[in-house]
Design a protein. Structure first.
Length: 246
């Protein structure tokens, strides 16, 4: 059973802030300006700046990424990427390795935190508010249209992560309404070993593995219900995690 050291997590976050103190002064004011005046910048300018910040964070934290299955990523855009969730840095791993621009579906609570709130404003993103049916309907409708317009999005259907990283939590089936309606490819992704960044007494770099699995095309899930598609995607990611988790 793979578990993280909870007490070491606070140390890592403090260490990250300390090592990035100069970068915070350098990047955060510009991030705030972009977030509150998005109309002054092209989307490419905002996205490229977001990727620059991610590069700095990964380098400062000494995180190495090994990528597998790049050949499985569909060439045509409008991809609905679904990943398991082990740690806070999982979205960064996808942004760093995915060859195309990609937006994110994020929990509304995270959007009220410094840095994250500004970050999701400068890229394509949709917020999900727990227990808000009205917001969910609005998000599903908007996301469906964007997927049909060839915009890529990532989501973490577990909704959160727990201490046991070998066993995935149930996927929230409502997450799969948009790809079903938009009839776009669903790309399962397995992230392994990212929880190890919180291991006690770890020395050297942290290696995170990301596995892009074979896509599930619309003809394969045609006629399925959301709960069936959710379980199909979960089972494929779960199998990969069991196979590749160290």
């Amino acid at each position: 059973m793979s578990k993280k050291n909870k007490h070491n997590g606070f140390f890592i976050l403090v260490k990250s802030l300390w090592h990035n103190r100069h970068n915070i002064v350098k990047y955060y004011p510009r991030l705030i300006r972009m977030a509150w005046h998005t109309e002054r910048y092209t989307y490419k300018e905002r996205y490229d700046f977001a990727m620059e910040i991610i590069d700095v964070l990964l380098k400062t934290l000494n995180i190495e990424i090994e990528t597998f299955g790049m050949e499985n990523i569909p060439q045509e855009e409008g991809i609905f990427l679904c990943s398991n969730h082990q740690e806070k840095f999982d979205p960064l791993v996808i942004w760093k390795t995915f060859p195309q621009q990609i937006g994110v579906i994020v929990n509304d609570k995270a959007c009220h935190r410094p840095f994250i709130g500004e970050f999701v404003k400068i890229i394509k993103s949709h917020k999900l508010i727990e227990r808000s049916m009205r917001t969910a309907i609005r998000t599903i409708s908007a996301l469906t249209k964007e997927l049909q317009s060839k915009v890529n999005y990532m989501i973490f259907p577990e909704g959160r992560y727990e201490d046991d990283f070998d066993e995935l939590l149930p996927f929230k089936s409502g997450c799969f309404k948009s790809p079903l309606r938009a009839k776009v490819p669903v790309l399962p992704v397995a992230i392994t070993d990212s929880y190890k960044i919180f291991e006690k007494n770890h020395k050297g770099s942290y290696k995170i593995n990301i596995h892009y699995l074979k896509p599930i095309f619309p003809e394969e899930f045609s006629g399925m219900k959301t709960i069936e598609l959710a379980e199909l995607v979960r089972s494929r990611i779960q199998s990969a995690v069991r196979e590749y988790q160290q």
